[in-house]
Design a protein around this ligand. Structure first.
Ligand code: COA
Length: 148
């Protein structure tokens, strides 16, 4: 089994990358195709988890502010959730963030993902926005001095 995390490169890989984002983070809430992308995709760093050449997990690293990165658009294929893929993607994004000199990371976690980020060393800061009128998000953060 070949496992690798890297940025997509070919047109087909980018298509699979955004398609996974759409199916996991948008389609279940009847959001239109295209809603899975935003202008930040041009400048962000992207991580795709490839299993035998197929993308089964994705995540994006933005530059937030004050030398903090931001994890966004984390999604793992339904059948592969709970197998350590999300954890390895977040660690990959943290490595990229550390390498460029960030002090830490912030993110807005969906309620269902709070425990996931907790296990990765993120602390709850405050309740943040409500997405699509129903998905409560929570601001979480992590300083790399505390990185486990
Ligand atoms: C949230 C998500 C990205 C996590 O990725 P994943 O590959 O399923 O998570 P992992 O298998 O790497 O989990 C790492 C640890 O967190 C735990 N965990 C993961 N999801 C969890 C959940 N929903 N509730 C409680 N614990 C969870 C795992 O049990 C594991 O614990 P362990 O290290 O003690 O074994 C993925 O489940 C997903 O795409 N969910 C749907 C979309 C979503 O909510 N995205 C996040 C938006 S903020």
């Amino acid at each position: 089994m070949e496992k690798i995390i890297r940025q997509p490169t070919t047109i087909d890989e980018w298509k699979a990358y955004f398609d996974l984002r759409y199916r996991i983070l948008r389609a279940p809430w009847n959001q239109p195709p295209g809603s899975e992308k935003n202008e930040g995709d041009q400048s962000a760093d992207h991580a795709a988890f490839f299993l035998n050449g197929e993308i089964i997990g994705v995540g994006r690293l933005d530059l937030f502010e004050n030398e903090y990165g931001q994890v966004r658009f984390m999604a793992v294929e339904n059948n592969y959730q709970g197998c350590g893929i999300g954890k390895s993607i977040v660690q990959y994004l943290e490595d990229s963030s550390l390498a460029r000199g960030d002090k830490g990371m912030i993110l807005h976690a969906r309620e269902n993902a709070l425990e996931f980020y907790n296990k990765l060393g993120y602390s709850l800061v405050e309740k943040s926005h409500l997405q699509f009128g129903e998905i409560q998000h929570y601001l979480m953060s992590k300083d790399y001095v505390d990185r486990k």
